[in-house]
Ligand binder design. Structure first.
Ligand SMILES: [Zn+2]
Length: 274
């Protein structure tokens, strides 16, 4: 199979995906093939091969249910493959691929990686990732990477009968456990009520939440965040999870935490212009 040569900017972005993938695995947030990562490389990719017929042309199985947004035509992504393990992203040419969404936004050409096979498929959440990144770009955001993972304590808190259904309370609880969460997850955490993984409903709900919040929680399932690269997207989830972990640790120790006071949280907001 023909392969393109990746430039240093693209290699750097993909190496950040590999690095973030190792963190997700080490934190036990990425069991088996759980979670997925993609990054939009369109602006840094450079010249696209003039004859794409030399590259495998594939179509998503889920076309018909929902499809790539039309404005994503011609966009180039690195994305984890379906069924691949996040921990295996240390060899990104196997656990993922670089693909170009075709001019009709009906399918894609695999330009690099994908184990060198002709029918390599991206994660089943890929359309959802593309929708999120297109919506972010439309609002002028520099975010190019989407991470979905299974952060243990954020998921635990999304099972809580009160916090799971009140994103204000959920965010407040994480913010008040340590000043860093208030500072580095300043737009807070939104909650998408439980729905079927891979569904259009979940994709739509996630895109809406990420227009407003830094992290979207999928109730009883996981979290999604975006960033300009994989490390920044990882940081949002990592910092948010610290808040949830501290809160649940206090409950497990038998006491309800006092939390940083409302006045002190307001002081942080004003001091750091959050
Ligand atoms: Zn998941």
């Amino acid at each position: 199979m023909t392969k393109v040569t990746l430039n240093s900017l693209v290699v750097e972005q993909i190496s950040k995906v590999s690095e973030a993938g190792q963190y997700l695995w080490q934190r036990e947030w990425a069991e088996r093939n759980g979670g997925n990562i993609s990054v939009d490389l369109t602006e840094i990719f450079g010249e696209v091969p003039s004859d794409l017929s030399a590259y495998p042309h594939c179509f998503l199985k889920s076309v018909g249910e929902f499809a790539f947004p039309k404005e994503s035509a011609g966009h180039i992504f690195f994305v984890k493959g379906t069924g691949e393990r996040i921990r295996d992203l240390k060899t990104p040419q196997d656990a993922g691929c670089v693909l170009r969404i075709d001019d009709q936004a009906n399918g894609y050409h695999v330009l690099w990686g994908g184990r060198g096979v002709d029918n390599y498929a991206p994660t089943s959440e890929f359309i959802s990732h593309v929708e999120i990144i297109m919506a972010k770009q439309k609002m002028g955001s520099l975010d190019r990477c989407v991470i979905h993972t299974h952060p243990i304590e954020l998921i635990m808190l999304s099972h809580h009968p009160e916090y799971a259904h009140d994103e204000m309370m959920y965010t407040q609880m994480c913010w008040q456990m340590i000043p860093e969460v208030r500072a580095f997850v300043p737009r807070g955490i939104g909650i998408v009520p439980y729905c079927m993984p891979g569904s259009q409903k979940l994709a739509k709900g996630t895109t809406e939440k990420l227009m407003q919040y830094d992290v979207a929680i999928w109730e009883k399932h996981g979290a999604v965040a975006t960033g300009k690269d994989a490390l920044e997207a990882f940081d949002y989830i990592d910092v948010a999870n610290k808040g949830a972990k501290l809160f649940l640790g206090c409950l497990a120790s038998g006491f309800i935490p006092e939390g940083v006071s409302g006045a002190d949280l307001l002081d942080l907001k004003q001091t750091f212009n959050l």
